[in-house]
Design a protein around this ligand. Structure first.
Ligand SMILES: [Zn+2]
Length: 652
């Protein structure tokens, strides 16, 4: 046979190393070896046009590490799937074609399954967990292959010697990660600078790849100390020091910079995150540091993300002014920016105005990608995690009883009545703690619903507890308490974003918009309150398959956003796309059988900390860096995941 033109094109040219560029396309020095599917074939002749090269002989058959056979492949880029085999060797995809004949050490039968790139989750808070855990759940159990942590202005580096408690207070308050777990689980003292923190992470191995943003809160705390935590304005010296730290962190491998500007994010002591009120001078000084480093994403949660704030807690800046500032910093830095965008009850249509404003700015040279969620954000209430009666004096008397006994006790009429009428006793709890927050929260019973592992997250207004309570002639608080007491492990959820119209049409529109990116899983944070780390699976099961209250989303569209698009945003050009030469980070998913698992409260954090967990069934295999990390929903124990540094290893 001849090669090229009328014959077949090799998948790869092996030897000699002579690129097309050296001779121009179609001209090669012969003889050399070429790879056809799995066959190494020697081509003979003089330097000539490829169309006239002749096959000399078969040199051998390549042995691959893994062969995925017969799956319906969504490559992350093309919205339409193809039935293809995928051959993997040395961490990379070697070949993709129908009916590859190669041999492999491991064959994964994927007939009836879909095959897609492993998910890239760009919004997580694993900053503490990565120092004590390698399995990386919940994300690993949902097919995530790469995470970005250090979001929302909170992180653990740099840290002044002996100053870890301030950062623990921040993380415990903002992200609801138990301080005791952070205290006992993390090897404090092993780093001071951001670079040293990354160096520590580089010595570790994981079930998936990790990457990290440098957080404004940590930088401000490091440079300005108590003044930074009190959110005083930065002096010129402060600005110089902060910019230098950010620039160096980006050079050392941070994949960007994050900041929180919303009042709701507070440390355990009740203070807004350092940087919340940072003025334009400070934000632009950091933008210029990013320009000097020439890498990184700017991530932020703007003021007014959740509305203008209730009386006494008014946000400092309107969302539209925040977007103008984001545009300025994106243009000034030449870097892309991503910010949290929700639908909120205050302003049901604000998200549409925000998208329009972003597009106008992007047309003028900004690069802004609003980050949107997959469902409403909600707070989970249960007797074993958080609930509104945690600070009632009568509850405090019995709180240490085993759960079953506690339930029985709280059901007795006089105790139940006391819970419903008593005032909180907040002594002994920090004002920024979640316990304090939930106990004092104004409950919106019109947005409280039953929660189980199979909840759709799209209930009707009639299912809201306010409605149900009225139907039974109860006050809503009473209904909620009785509901949580009625069955063991009962859970309820109070939505606070993306559900103003009692359907997910706004979420769908945000997911369809060409300027948005999918994120906001907050994986690793809010461990007893929110569990949107399951979003990749929810995307497939609900948005791709089960939704009946409106249109679904195309599978190819969902996969593209959760893989290729997110990888590109962070410059991870080696992944998120199934193609020869790309990283073998791959999920094999039984799409028809895919289900979210039961919701469980586990006490498996360091120092006995609790967290909500929800697994999945239907991930037949997850392959990371060419190694099978999960098989039939179980961890294989393999840890091929590593730290990715920005500007290197496929990240730019
Ligand atoms: Zn966050």
């Amino acid at each position: 046979m001849s090669v090229g033109q009328n014959g077949r094109w090799p998948k790869a040219f092996l030897k000699p190393i002579m690129s097309f560029a050296q001779h121009g396309p179609g001209y090669l020095s012969l003889p050399y070896e070429a790879l056809f599917d799995d066959r190494v074939i020697v081509l003979k002749g003089r330097s000539m046009g490829l169309g006239r090269a002749e096959v000399s002989h078969l040199k051998g058959i390549l042995m691959h590490d893994i062969m995925i056979r017969g799956g319906l492949v969504y490559d992350g880029l093309d919205p339409l799937p193809q039935q293809l085999d995928i051959a993997i060797k040395d961490g990379l995809i070697q070949a993709m074609a129908a009916n590859l004949t190669a041999d492999a050490k491991v064959v994964i039968a994927a007939e009836g399954a879909i095959v897609a790139p492993a998910w890239v989750d760009i919004h997580t808070h694993y900053d503490g967990q990565v120092t004590w855990d390698s399995e990386m759940n919940p994300s690993a159990s949902h097919g995530v292959g790469t995470i970005v942590m250090g979001n929302c202005g909170v992180g653990f580096a740099p840290v002044p010697k002996g100053g870890e408690q301030d950062l623990i207070d921040l993380m415990e308050g903002v992200e609801d990660i138990p301080g005791s777990a952070l205290h006992e689980g993390m090897p404090w003292g092993a780093w001071e600078t951001y670079g040293e923190y990354l160096d520590l992470l580089e010595t570790k191995t994981y079930a998936l790849d990790i990457s990290s943003l440098i957080a404004h809160g940590a930088v401000r705390n490091f440079v300005m100390g108590a003044r930074g935590r009190a959110n005083e304005a930065a002096t010129q010296d402060d600005l110089n020091a902060m910019s230098d730290i950010v620039e160096q962190a980006l050079r050392d491998g941070a994949v960007g910079f994050s900041t929180s500007r919303i009042l709701g994010h507070r440390s355990i002591t009740g203070d807004p995150v350092p940087g919340t009120f940072a003025n334009e001078i400070e934000v632009l000084a950091i933008a210029r540091a990013m320009k000097r480093a020439g890498s990184g994403i700017f991530q932020l949660i703007p003021s007014s993300t959740l509305g203008s704030g209730r009386e006494g807690f008014e946000e400092h800046t309107a969302l539209s002014d925040e977007i103008d500032l984001i545009a300025k910093l994106s243009r000034e830095s030449g870097r892309a920016a991503t910010f949290t965008l929700f639908q909120v009850d205050d302003w049901r249509d604000q998200w549409q105005l925000a998208l329009k404003q972003v597009k106008d700015h992007n047309a003028l040279g900004a690069q802004i990608f609003p980050q949107v969620g997959s469902r409403p954000t909600g707070l989970v209430f249960s007797l074993s995690t958080y609930h509104p009666w945690m600070l009632k004096p009568t509850y405090l008397k019995f709180k240490d009883l085993p759960l079953a006994a506690l339930r029985e006790k709280l059901k007795t009429p006089e105790i139940r009545a006391a819970l419903l009428t008593e005032a909180n006793d907040p002594r002994g709890v920090a004002p920024g703690s979640m316990t304090f927050g939930i106990a004092h929260a104004e409950l919106n019973h019109a947005q409280i619903f039953e929660l189980t592992g199979s909840s759709s997250y799209e209930p009707t207004a009639e299912e809201a507890f306010a409605h149900r309570a009225a139907a039974q002639g109860q006050v809503p608080g009473e209904y909620l308490l009785d509901y949580l007491l009625a069955t063991p492990n009962a859970m309820a959820i109070m939505f606070f974003t993306n559900y103003s119209e009692y359907n997910l049409d706004a979420v769908r529109a945000m997911q369809m918009d060409e300027v948005t990116v999918t994120g906001l899983s907050d994986a690793g944070a809010h461990v007893s309150l929110i569990f949107d780390a399951v979003n990749p699976t929810y995307q497939l099961t609900y948005w791709g398959r089960d939704r009946s209250r409106g249109e679904v989303l195309e599978l190819g569209h969902l996969i593209h956003r959760g893989t290729y698009r997110n990888a590109q945003l962070f410059g991870f050009t080696d992944r998120g796309h199934l193609a020869p030469g790309k990283r073998a980070d791959i999920n094999v998913i039984d799409f028809e059988g895919l289900q979210l698992g039961p919701l469980e409260v586990r006490q498996d954090l360091p120092a006995g900390g609790k967290r909500l967990m929800q697994g999945a069934t239907g991930y037949w295999a997850t392959i990371i860096n060419g190694v099978v990390t999960r098989r039939f929903d179980n961890d294989t124990g393999a840890r091929p995941g590593r730290l990715i540094r920005g500007g290197t290893a496929g990240a730019q």
